[in-house]
Design a protein around this ligand. Structure first.
Ligand SMILES: C[S@@+](CC[C@H](N)C(=O)[O-])C[C@H]1O[C@@H](n2cnc3c(N)ncnc32)[C@H](O)[C@@H]1O
Length: 342
């Protein structure tokens, strides 16, 4: 490593590991939480839809969805749309991003010599998407956003909780919760088998989840294999659990259902919860940069109905469907709510 590289490593306060970069800076509470805004609403009973407006509906869809619908002359069924989404989304997590960034630039230069507008446009799209992904996921860490999620998940009154993750995909957030509230177990549920077999199975074993040491109450790093996890490939609507979970969580679920179905989605969370248990939900934020992201990444992300909402809109859906909101806020790219049954 050159002297210049060594210096920049020290200055930036990071250390490179085989599959991630560690932040070694010592930050004050204020600096640490600067990307987290919590508890903006004092009294949910005072809010109405007139005050908060309606969510923003994303109307650009993936080419794969449009082609399927054209070929079959019917709307893409929800289950198929998720199987497409999960394969597509996962393929971005496993990309060699630096290599693809330089390959996409070379392809763009080459496309200029073709003098074909469609080829140039496609090449610009590739360059834009890979750079956007690099920024959102690798620089900002906006998708996993461990700091934001830890801030949101703080302060739950649970010991060795049983956690039910609805629409678990790779299971990230339940693992983060289980690190913060250790010694319990996770039941992941997703009806797309690819999620269990690939997204969860291939989630990096070396990814560190910062949590609590059960013995000392100090900090402890947990890894995927430290958690007691079960993964069910089932439809949430046919689960037969009783009221047996301390925490029921979903991430990116509510916004995929139009208003007439939102009460049912809230009920999915409520019905397996122990008395005094917690519902934790997050949805993507309705901020300009997210609107742009879902526009530019439509082919990667938009296989299903999707809304972007503010935390006030999200909270109002939950409040009007019988939940008592304990903690709410927005982190880098998602809103989050921690609630109990009223
Ligand atoms: C938008 S994804 C969740 C976001 C996730 N955190 C990610 O990174 O992709 C929603 C997940 O819920 C699953 N899902 C949707 N409806 C479901 C249902 N009725 N039963 C089980 N899983 C479902 C989908 O297969 C998908 O993996």
């Amino acid at each position: 490593m050159s002297m210049v590289n060594q210096l920049s490593e020290v200055e930036e306060g990071t250390r490179q590991h085989p599959s991630y970069r560690e932040d070694t800076r010592v930050l004050s509470e204020k600096e640490y939480n600067k990307f987290v805004t919590l508890n903006t609403v004092n009294d949910w009973s005072q809010l109405s839809w007139k005050d908060v407006g309606r969510p923003y509906e994303v109307t650009s869809f993936a080419k794969e969805k449009k082609e399927w619908e054209q070929a079959h002359s019917q709307p893409l069924p929800a289950h198929t749309s998720w199987t497409m989404f999960n394969r597509s989304f996962h393929s971005w997590f496993v990309k060699d991003v630096p290599a693809e960034m330089s390959a996409s630039k070379k392809a763009l230069l080459k496309s200029f010599s073709s003098f074909k507008l469609s080829e140039v446009k496609a090449a610009i799209g590739e360059v834009t998407r890979i750079h956007l992904w690099n920024y959102v996921h690798r620089i900002q860490d906006g998708i996993w956003d461990p700091r934001g999620k830890r801030a949101l998940f703080e302060g739950l009154n649970v010991t060795k909780p049983r956690i039910l993750y609805l629409g678990a995909a790779e299971g990230y957030e339940a693992m983060q919760l289980s690190a913060m509230y250790p010694g319990g177990e996770i039941v992941h549920v997703d009806y797309d088998p690819f999620c269990k077999e690939t997204r969860f199975a291939e989630f990096p074993e070396s990814y560190p989840f910062l949590g609590e040491n059960e013995q000392t109450s100090g900090k402890k790093i947990y890894y995927k294999d430290d958690f007691s996890s079960e993964y069910l490939v089932e439809d949430i609507r046919t689960l037969t659990f009783g009221r047996e979970f301390d925490i029921v969580i979903s991430v990116g679920m509510l916004e995929h259902f139009p208003d007439e179905l939102k009460p049912e989605v809230v009920e999915w969370h409520r019905k397996f919860l122990k008395p005094n248990g917690y519902i934790v939900m997050t949805t993507p934020r309705a901020q300009l940069r997210s609107k742009l992201y879902y526009e530019l990444m439509a082919d990667v992300m938009n296989h299903t109905y999707r809304e972007l909402m503010t935390v006030e809109q999200m909270g109002l859906y939950l409040h009007e469907n019988g939940l008592d909101i304990k903690r709410h806020g927005y982190i880098k790219v998602h809103n989050g709510v921690v609630a109990q049954v009223r």
